[in-house]
Design a protein around this ligand. Structure first.
Ligand SMILES: Nc1ncnc2c1ncn2[C@@H]1O[C@H](COP(=O)(O)OP(=O)(O)OP(=O)(O)O)[C@@H](O)[C@H]1O
Ligand SMILES: [Mg+2]
Length: 478
């Protein structure tokens, strides 16, 4: 079986977590892996960032595979942010896949297929290929148009400093040359296998041909030696991409299973064998990437046992999981365990913990977020927002930034002031106040059994009036 490895239309890896973390461009470490207090959008959380940096170095060196790392800590303490920072620092040829635990259940395929695809997306194969190129300076292009206008014929004269050759041109090559607007004096390269023409620049000897020059003309030396050259090109694809490309040959059945659908295990087996062969022949290298599973506590026991096994596979990425659960039940079982992960998986994981931020750190994060959202906060507004973050959560406070900005804009101000923050705090509940509100007004909502009670409200209102706290009573002085 022949296996294709290049993908003409590489699918975009959709990922929606970016917006909340768009201010993060790395882990903010110096060359010695020492965390800087505030760098690359990252503030505080020094120990966890340093630990993530150590892991990152090991991944980049390509030295580890099949490891599990768990980032554990309370909500909004930067677990997802740290994973995003790691992703930003990995080179472009180390695959990074991010999924949320719950996604596994919502895709239109079995849990294990979804996990298998996620794992295989995270394993890069660096493939070395030799291609034959013709590279030289165009001396002359001669195109003969037949009188009927149909078939085109032509000749291309091309040279290096040492030799000159004339090539016959067919229709396709003529079109290619015309599309690239190749003229005499251009240095071009032609891929012999695909016929792809690339313009490398103008020859230095033509530097005085002003009429053939644009403002961005690049000048290059006329190549030396032979016209035909062998060049080694390296491209990285993920195992999953190879799977998809090669399973299109399933014919019309692929139409029913969607673009990827479930991929037959025989296809994967064949690909694994082939890749192993290539590796032995030195044609390919495996580059284990990272699979990031956010909200890992959403996985169930079957998923965990799949992961356990997959980590021991010959091709395995580094699996980073994040969770904000303490001792809790593993889904699908009645056992309680730390972080909701089964003991055998925990046992093989190394754990990075994140802790709460102090007010100064929260202040810095909030001001970075405001900058990122192009919102200007005055000092009082930032101080109140920090206090809110401290009393409720960083994420809630961070969400108030854009809301307050809207409120400020409504009174035609470009600067968010104290009053705008107060208004948005009253307008939107944080989780604690929402709970209080629900407890006070539970009779108006539909409960688990689908029951709604109307009518009983008035009497209860009188009782509840005092603790029906909509936020107006918060001390918002700074
Ligand atoms: N150390 C940090 N530096 C800069 N921004 C941060 C830092 N920690 C968190 N943030 C930002 O604060 C917000 C909340 O953090 P994040 O989403 O990473 O929390 P989390 O630990 O993943 O929480 P959860 O358990 O709820 O998923 C995000 O917008 C994130 O980018
Ligand atoms: Mg998170």
């Amino acid at each position: 079986m022949s296996i294709t490895t290049s993908n003409p239309n590489k699918e975009l890896q959709g990922f929606s977590l970016i917006a909340a973390h768009s201010h993060i461009s790395g882990l903010g470490l110096d060359d010695n892996l020492q965390p800087r207090e505030n760098s690359q959008g990252m503030v505080g959380q020094l120990k966890a960032r340093k630990a993530a940096g150590v892991i990152l170095k090991m991944i980049q060196a390509g030295k580890i595979a099949g490891r599990a790392i768990l980032i554990a800590g309370p909500p909004s303490t930067g677990k997802t942010a740290i994973a995003m920072g790691m992703a930003q620092s990995l080179g472009s040829d180390v695959p990074f896949t991010a999924i949320a635990g719950s996604e596994i259940f919502s895709l239109e395929m079995s849990k294990t297929e979804a996990l298998t695809q996620a794992f295989r997306k995270s394993i890069g194969i660096r493939i070395k290929e030799e291609t034959e190129l013709i590279e030289g300076e165009v001396v002359e292009i001669q195109i003969d148009r037949s009188i009927t206008g149909g078939h085109k014929q032509g000749k291309l004269t091309i040279k290096t400093t040492d030799m000159e050759t004339i090539y016959e041109l067919g229709n396709k090559m003529i079109e290619g040359l015309q599309k690239e607007k190749v003229i005499a004096g251009d240095i071009i390269s032609i891929d012999k296998a695909s016929g792809k023409i690339t313009k490398l620049g103008r020859s230095y000897t033509r530097a005085r041909d002003y009429d053939a020059m644009g403002p961005d003309t690049k000048f290059v030396q006329c190549p030396e030696g032979e016209l035909q050259k062998r060049k080694e090109v390296v491209h990285t694809v993920s195992l999953h991409e190879i799977d998809v490309i090669n399973s299109r040959s399933q014919g019309f059945l692929a139409l029913f299973s969607g673009d990827t659908g479930e991929i037959r295990s025989e296809v994967r087996d064949q690909i694994n064998t082939k890749v192993a062969e290539w590796r032995e022949e030195g044609k390919a290298e495996i580059s284990p990437g990272v699979l990031f599973i956010d909200e890992a506590h959403m996985l169930d026991i079957e998923c965990f046992s799949y992961i356990n096994r997959a980590l021991e596979d010959e091709f395995s990425p580094i699996v980073i999981m994040a969770t904000n659960r303490g001792i809790s039940k593993t889904r699908g079982t009645n056992y309680k365990s730390p972080h909701g992960l089964p003991m055998d998986l925990l046992d093989r994981s190394i754990i990075i913990t994140t802790g709460s931020y102090n007010e100064e750190e929260m202040k810095q994060i909030l001001s970075i977020r405001a900058q990122e959202e192009e919102v200007e906060l005055n000092a009082d507004a930032l101080a109140l927002l920090t206090k809110i973050a401290h009393d409720t959560s960083l994420r809630y406070a961070s969400n108030l930034i854009s809301v307050s900005n809207q409120i400020a804009l409504k009174r035609r101000s470009n600067i968010v002031e104290l009053e705008d923050i107060k208004k948005s705090y009253i307008l939107f509940l944080d989780s604690d106040r929402s709970v209080q509100f629900l407890e006070a007004n539970s009779d108006q909502y539909i409960d688990d059994e689908g029951n709604v009670t109307f009518g009983a409200k008035e009497e209860e209102d009188a009782v509840n009036n005092n603790n029906n706290n909509n936020g107006e009573t918060m001390d918002t002085s700074v």
